[in-house]
Design a protein around this ligand. Structure first.
Ligand SMILES: *Cc1c(COP(=O)(O)O)cnc(C)c1O
Length: 230
């Protein structure tokens, strides 16, 4: 498609606004995370110029190189699987980590944030369907992690993230998004953690995710077109 990034950003923001309006939500209750994995720094600059401020990367090494080449006012979030031995880099590079999938990783981030002299907001990645992906905490494991998090003072559990199984029809993702919200409401009552943020929805299903309560949508192809195979 011959559309520019700024046109795609404008169209996407309009779709986000419309999905908010349909579901009786305020337009500013959903934030856009532009996923720039496999995209060059020029694309980040174009998106910044179009008004995007927050960017998502899924690999620490790629992010480290890219971030050093991008304007300093871009804000970066980690959305991919993170190994504990990369926690120190992550604590320096990112303003939020969406993909915490073990207590061990949460502890490593806590330690790394402490060394960096900061508090890191994180989301727990939940494998809602039990089949969707290799990563993510089983729902049954989450209450214990929330409990353990109370003794960690350098991580702030801001909410939850999920990736539903790939599907052609966005409606297939709806039950998974709804389940994450229901689990959130339950855990909120049970643990005292607010868990305000729900990171759910990608290019193929973000409108459904917004209808089900997403506060962050993570969009790559909707903004940048297909990623190169490299
Ligand atoms: C790649 C990726 C996205 C964006 O996917 P698109 O289909 O390009 O919107 C969102 N979240 C995660 C975790 C990803 O790895």
């Amino acid at each position: 498609m011959g559309e520019s990034i700024s046109e795609r950003v404008a169209q996407t923001m309009e779709r986000i606004r419309a999905a908010c309006a349909r579901s009786g939500r305020a337009a500013d209750s959903v934030r856009l995370l532009a996923v720039t994995k496999k995209q060059p720094p020029e694309r980040v600059r174009e998106a910044l110029a179009a008004g995007v401020t927050v960017f998502g990367e899924s690999r620490v090494q790629e992010a480290k190189v890219k971030i050093s080449m991008c304007p300093g006012h871009a804000v970066w979030h980690m959305i991919g699987h993170l190994q504990t031995n990369k926690a120190r880099d992550a604590a320096r590079l990112f303003q939020m980590i969406h993909s915490v999938d073990s207590l061990r990783l949460l502890e490593a981030i806590d330690e790394a944030a402490s060394a960096a002299g900061r508090v890191m907001p994180v989301l727990l990645e939940v494998n809602v369907s039990g089949e969707s992906s290799k990563f993510g905490l089983a729902p049954e494991a989450v209450p214990a992690v929330l409990d353990e998090a109370n003794r960690l003072h350098r991580v702030q559990i801001a909410g939850l993230m999920t990736i539903p199984p790939p599907a052609d029809d966005p409606e297939k993702a709806r039950p998974h998004f709804a389940k994450l919200r229901t689990l959130r409401d339950e855990w909120r009552r049970g643990t005292g953690h607010g868990l305000d943020e729900l990171s759910m929805g990608m290019s193929g299903d973000f409108e459904v995710a917004i209808e089900e309560g997403a506060t962050w949508v993570r969009l790559g192809m909707a903004l940048f077109g297909p990623r190169s195979a490299a």
